[in-house]
Design a protein around this ligand. Structure first.
Ligand code: FE2
Ligand code: FE2
Length: 249
């Protein structure tokens, strides 16, 4: 059954960046042997060329295919041009047997707020319309679509979160993978599971939070999410029933 390793907000180049945790995350990926690593943005701290170069050196060591979307920090200082040069398109589709991913950039240059934007909706709709009927549908973006508890004042939720939630529900999306708040959380919304990754490799956490990543398993009838905290606190597991007709192979 397909497995995905979901991490976000590694913030290479930040004074909060903890390289030893990125080493441990890479070791965990080698141990878990996921079919795909989803890196949900904020690879860098300020989108600067040397930070992108360092992030690229780290990401090249990940022993699995990686699907990356930029975060608000990556679009600072026109950093999205480095993103495109090093990691490819900011909007993309990735296919695993039985699981279909659509990733979209939610960042705006030099703004912390996120937005997908109406001009992108037709591309997302068309992408999901082309998904095999039985495939699990996954949407990846940086900014969160629902408020996250324990994350302080709500400021940077997707500006068009309402329209995006409706679009995703209307297109039978099963799973949404986001980051940004540095707080891991799981929401169920209609038949959709929304998994917010914490920061994997920084000490820029909130309250008594700890760095974390998620391992997501697709099995007939269910998606299982394991939130892992590098042994700093007990792991947490969530099981979400899959809509009828979604069959991972
Ligand atoms: Fe971040
Ligand atoms: Fe962010």
């Amino acid at each position: 059954m397909p497995r995905v390793f979901h991490l976000s907000d590694i913030h290479v180049g930040s004074s909060h960046f903890l390289p030893e945790l990125l080493e441990r995350a890479i070791e965990a990926i080698a141990h878990e042997r996921p079919d795909l690593v989803v890196l949900a943005g904020d690879l860098t701290d300020k989108g600067l060329p040397h930070q992108y170069a360092e992030a690229k050196r780290w990401i090249d060591r990940i022993p699995a295919p990686v699907l990356i979307t930029p975060g608000n920090h990556d679009s600072r200082n026109v950093g999205y041009v480095h993103f495109e040069e090093l990691f490819g398109p900011r909007y993309r589709i990735h296919r695993l047997p039985g699981v279909y991913f659509v990733a979209a950039d939610s960042s705006e240059p030099d703004l912390d707020e996120g937005r997908i934007g109406r001009t992108i909706y037709p591309w997302i709709e068309e992408a999901f319309n082309r998904a095999p009927e039985a495939a699990i549908r996954v949407f990846v973006t940086h900014h969160h679509l629902l408020p996250v508890p324990g994350a302080g004042r709500e400021r940077n939720i997707l500006q068009d979160a309402g329209d995006m939630l409706k679009l995703l529900v209307d297109h039978g999306v099963d799973l949404v993978l986001t980051g940004h708040k540095h707080v891991p959380w799981v929401w169920r919304f209609e038949e959709m599971l929304i998994v917010n990754a914490g920061t994997a490799t920084t000490n820029r956490v909130r309250g008594k939070g700890q760095p974390s990543y998620a391992v997501i398993e697709f099995a007939p009838g269910a998606i299982t999410v394991h939130q892992r905290y590098f042994g700093l606190r007990p792991d947490e597991t969530f099981v979400h029933p899959l809509r009828k007709g979604a069959i991972p192979r």
